[in-house]
Design a protein around this ligand. Structure first.
Ligand code: IMP
Ligand code: MG
Length: 178
């Protein structure tokens, strides 16, 4: 697995610092609110697991799953819901937790879907943001780091379902997906 990584972009320690910072921001912003963290499977599970423990106010959690890239590195633009939320969203302040905001197609679709269910509020929290690749206008309120246009893996992020269990985030060698 390690021989497929071109360079380490964020070490475990650097990721931990980002997650702590976001946890503090959410803690401050959602005190007295009805926080529901919604993790978009599977890429955000590692981030979600760490982020929820960095939040010091009560928080509920739930999970959604959308169709993935398959074995390519670009989104098809067609978002399919593979697993929906289990609860009625009315009265909840939702933070959508994503691994990476790329073209924006997935999150713009999910935001609309969630908004239509009348939650009290909904915001986006993404660990990584690749603004250069944006095709649909989407803004993340909380972001760990802005990254250049490279395909990254690790800390939940995959290529063809592999590398999710790397504890750091690295750039995948292009010859792996070319
Ligand atoms: P979007 O709809 O193009 O914004 O795609 C978001 C999804 O694409 C993320 O949740 C990831 O699953 C996947 N993705 C985008 N860029 C990367 C990357 O660099 N590495 C791994 N997955 C990525
Ligand atoms: Mg993926």
């Amino acid at each position: 697995m390690l021989q497929d990584i071109e360079e380490v972009l964020f070490t475990e320690r650097q990721i931990a610092v980002m997650v702590e910072r976001i946890g503090k921001e959410i803690t401050a912003d959602y005190r007295g609110k009805n926080l529901l963290l919604v993790s978009v499977l599977k890429g955000s599970v590692v981030f979600m697991a760490d982020l929820m423990r960095a939040i010091e106010i009560p928080a509920r959690i739930d999970f959604m799953a959308t169709s993935s890239y398959g074995s390519g590195t670009k989104t098809s633009g067609v978002v399919k819901i593979l697993k929906d939320l289990d609860i009625n969203l009315e009265g909840y302040d939702i933070v959508l937790v994503e691994d990476i905001l790329d073209s924006g197609k997935t999150l713009s679709y999910l935001i609309e879907l969630i908004q239509a269910r009348n939650p009290s509020s909904v915001r986006i929290c993404t660990l990584f943001d690749k603004p250069e690749r944006r095709e649909v206008e989407v803004q993340a309120t909380y972001a760990g780091a802005v990254i250049p246009d490279a395909f990254i893996v690790g800390y939940g992020l995959d290529y063809d379902e592999k590398y999710r269990n790397l504890p750091f985030v690295g750039v995948l060698k292009p010859e792996i997906y070319q």
